[in-house]
Ligand binder design. Structure first.
Ligand code: G3P
Ligand code: MG
Length: 249
């Protein structure tokens, strides 16, 4: 490979907008997903959890405190409680009134926007049933627009195993902050063929072994393209970033 042929960035289809384009719009809202689409991004990552009544909602934290103008824990809330939540003005007055989306709404809008979906399943202490969590996610995904591609990611291997049982065709991504010594065995037990790894934990040796095993590797959450540049030619597949525009030039 000549220097001019070496990859200096990800393929356009391998840039995932982390919680939507969360650098420019409130995270995990339709506005953030729209902003990702406007930047030419093809994928969004979003976080999913259940309310007390089993409603699947798109939110990172276990409470609405940080990312809305309301207060409360997801485990104490039902669908009616989130209907009037303002999930935008904490970020900027321009987004006042932005909804805290249900997963159902997010999937519908992502279909309209032509975006693919990286669903991160959050396993919170108030979730009483893994089956309820994964079956709820699965039933919503079945209603997605036909062109919508899916990756299911989670820090919880059991959630990924459950999703595999529901549909063996899902692309499953194990999330790690640091690579465990038994990463090959954990992937095989799910089974999964993708790792989403904190970009600070990347190494050439790991990428070489992942490539040899035909394991895809995406790095999160990187907002500094120069830090990943050495890895694109070494087996890194994609990036999850708050600011897709940085990687889509
Ligand atoms: O998908 C990568 C990233 O979303 C994992 O961490 O805490 O931002 O959900 P977190
Ligand atoms: Mg996430």
């Amino acid at each position: 490979m000549t220097i001019s042929q070496q990859r200096i960035g990800p393929a356009r289809n391998e840039v995932h907008a982390h919680r939507g384009a969360s650098a420019v719009a409130p995270e995990n809202t339709i506005a953030a997903f729209r902003a990702a689409a406007e930047q030419g991004c093809k994928w969004v990552e979003l976080d999913v959890a259940l309310l007390q009544d089993g409603t699947a909602v798109v939110i990172h934290d276990v409470s609405v405190d940080r990312c809305s103008s309301s207060r409360g824990n997801l485990g104490d809330m039902v669908a009616a409680d989130i209907e009037s939540i303002d999930a935008g003005s904490w970020f900027s007055e321009a987004y006042r009134g932005e909804a805290l989306p249900t997963l159902a709404l997010a999937i519908e809008r992502l279909g309209d926007l032509g975006l693919n979906l990286n669903v991160e399943i959050k396993q919170h202490a108030h979730h009483t049933s893994l089956a309820q969590l994964t079956e709820t996610v699965h039933s919503h995904l079945r209603k997605r627009a036909p062109h919508t591609e899916i990756v299911i990611s989670s820090f919880d291997a059991e959630s990924l195993k459950a999703m595999h049982r529901l549909d063996p065709d899902y692309e499953l991504a194990m999330l790690w902050s640091e690579l465990p010594r038994d990463w090959v065995d954990v992937l095989a037990s799910i089974p999964a063929n993708t790792i989403h790894l904190n970009y600070k934990s990347l190494s050439f040796g790991f990428l070489e072994e992942a490539s040899r095993r035909e394991i895809k590797v995406r790095a999160w959450t990187c907002n500094a393209p120069h830090l990943l540049r050495p890895f694109w030619g070494a087996g890194l597949t994609g990036v999850i970033t708050d600011d897709p525009s940085l990687f889509l030039t």
